[in-house]
Write a protein that binds this ligand. Structure first.
Ligand SMILES: C[S@@+](CC[C@H](N)C(=O)[O-])C[C@H]1O[C@@H](n2cnc3c(N)ncnc32)[C@H](O)[C@@H]1O
Length: 208
């Protein structure tokens, strides 16, 4: 397994970032054997299906130094860990309602020396802090997700999009978007990544 596919689309990574990315397979193989956070068949495709997919958010948004980003339902750390590697000066708070997943995230972040990651065992609804952006993948439908994070955004926006949600989704989202009643912007990852896996994958942006 090689990190080539990540470097192909993110050629400007520093040596430290490359080293952190290259450490991921061994770390996830180790932790996945104890606590299942990635499906077994996906471990072989870690760079494409998890790391590069998570970094799809970075094709839509460049987080700024000092900004705060929440990853809701991070599981083993996706998309939060790859994004924290890419944006070392942005603060990431990774939360999950299952404690053993947070154990994996905490261990992986420590092994990578990531100083900008905090991981907490809690439900998103319990959070009282405010964030600039909320990221997520594979947690729940937009109509259920939005109320969890509503009102948790800093008022001041400094990026090309106002503070809000950047959610990784796939497949036909027509019904889901309609049911949510939200005004969304869809970014198609096939415009950035030329692999079949990304054919229907999107980043969904919702203003906070
Ligand atoms: C299918 S997993 C996805 C994990 C990760 N985001 C990924 O894409 O690999 C969904 C995760 O969301 C977590 N979750 C579900 N509802 C949640 C909530 N209200 N607050 C925090 N985490 C939640 C679950 O515990 C689970 O780990």
């Amino acid at each position: 397994m090689t990190s080539e596919i990540v470097l192909q689309y993110f050629p400007d990574l520093s040596n430290e970032q490359r080293e952190q990315i290259e450490k991921l397979p061994a770390l996830y193989e180790h932790w996945n054997s104890q606590i299942n956070v990635i499906s077994r068949k996906d471990i072989d495709l870690l760079f494409e299906r998890h790391v590069l997919h998570s970094l799809g958010i970075a094709k839509v948004m460049t987080f700024l130094p000092g900004e705060n980003v929440l990853d809701v339902g991070t599981g083993g750390g996706f998309p939060g860990i790859p994004l924290a590697i890419l944006f070392p000066e942005t603060q990431f708070h990774l939360v999950d309602s299952i404690g053993k997943k947070i154990k994996v995230v905490t261990e992986v972040a420590a092994a990578l020396g990531l100083k900008n990651v905090r991981a907490s065992h809690l439900r998103a609804e319990q959070l009282t802090e405010k964030f600039d952006f909320v990221v997520s993948r594979a947690v729940t439908q937009l109509k259920d997700f939005y109320p969890w994070v509503k009102g948790k955004f800093n008022k001041q926006s400094n990026n090309k999009l106002p503070n809000g949600i950047l959610y990784l989704k796939g497949g036909d989202l027509t019904q889901e978007i309609k049911e949510s009643g939200l005004s969304v912007t869809q970014y198609h990852l096939k415009d950035y990544f030329k692999k079949e896996f990304f054919e229907t994958k999107q980043v969904i942006y919702v203003k906070g």
